[in-house]
Design a protein around this ligand. Sequence first.
Ligand SMILES: CC(C)[C@H](C(=O)O)[C@@H](O)C(=O)O
Ligand code: SF4
Length: 474
Amino acid sequence: MSSSEQHSPAPRTLYEKLWDAHFVAEENGEAILYIDLHMLHEVTSPQAFAGLAEHGRKIRRPDLTLAMADHCVPTTGQAKGIEAVEDELSRAQLAMLRQNSAAYGIEHYTIGDIRNGIVHVVGPEQGRTQPGMTIVCGDSHTSTHGAFGALAFGIGTSEIEHVMATQAIRQRKSGNLRVTVNGRLPPGVTAKDLALTIVSELGVDGATGHVIEYSGEAICALSMEGRMTLCNMSIEAGARAGLIAPDDVTYTYLKSRMPTDAWAAGMPRWKQFHTDPGARFDHEITLDASIIAPVVSWGINPAQSIAINARIPDPAEQDDSKLRAITERALSYMALQAGSSIAGTPIDRVFIGSCTNGRIEDLRAAATVLKGHKINPRISAIVVPGSGMVRQMAEQEGLDTIFVDSGFEWREPGCSMCAAMNNDRLTQGERCASTSNRNFENRQGPGGRTHLMSPAMAAAAAITGEITDFRTLL
Ligand SMILES: CC(C)[C@H](C(=O)O)[C@@H](O)C(=O)O
Ligand code: SF4
């Protein structure tokens, strides 16, 4: 035996294993990676389909492509179908997706289909998202699927066309960042609070050029849905993707969502996808989960977030002039007072939903807070399930009744007020408690002000009419 054969292979990170397992070739300093699942939605696919047709190409693997209508669907009257959509551009985008899916033989959950919903809720729910896969979609929050130990990232329009035609993508390798979260989250503190804490710790571009792997006791203790919430927001720290190694929580989640044979066949392969002891990361950060409180964003990016019992930053106390300018701009847009407490800030609207927090556990958490309460009569509040399946499950559990009795509107699935690409939007100056992932200027409607928080916190804000630590209502 030669000495090299005696050496065990070099330890690799989960990211490196996913990369190696999908590496096809190297070309001009870039790798070509094979793609296992390509998801499409109506907003970013039309141009790619047009390009494909123009070049006379076919879809290489329609069976590995899945299309959904989510961003601009209305959240009422979906039974009427696409033709009932008021906005002309949205109607055209939805119709194009339906028409292209039929023409190319792609499975498409169209508006009103019980399986339809936000692409990042539906992929996992339908058992399509699996460990060890590469998954792409023309959408930045594709990072959500990394919760299963899949390498999942958003791509641009020209890349969508490329994946359609070849089932592969050109990629440069990212750096590897590990976020270890030790200890346990206190009761009622959720993956959303953890995500906002990590993003504010890293900053909006702190993970740029990197893939984040989340590990540690607090991560293992998260449900699959919590893991999705966390990986979803990786992109808000600039990361290319977020990853969590698959474990029994993952396998159990998939068992009821996949054909038994495919599940059993997947298991031995899935189990390889974890970071080897001794594997090297480019950067590491460590957090203690036990000291995290519910978190609320106060500013105009998700990193501008603080614990519910903390005070809004004062630019006068910030030495860095760039940071000071950003804080000043945020305070002015958000119409908030430097140094005052975030708790007690009056709000006008509440949105519970999105690919971050529109799953069944999120709706349960909000309903638990709302049960037996009426929302403040000044507040207009909607709950938008992440998919038709989530909506149905919630109705079977009677959650819809709790929401409606408290004064919420019970809507039909879609992205809704997360990005205001349909009719659900804030008006100038309105302030919203929102379970979504982005609080950028004008995100939820021109001049709208967004405070990101967990579903339980959004429910509490609806009841009191102001930003509130939900634990005081229990
Ligand atoms: C419309 C789409 C391209 C966009 C994204 O990529 O993220 C949207 O989903 C968002 O959340 O802003
Ligand atoms: S719910 Fe929001 S963040 Fe998620 S895909 Fe839709 S618009 Fe993007």
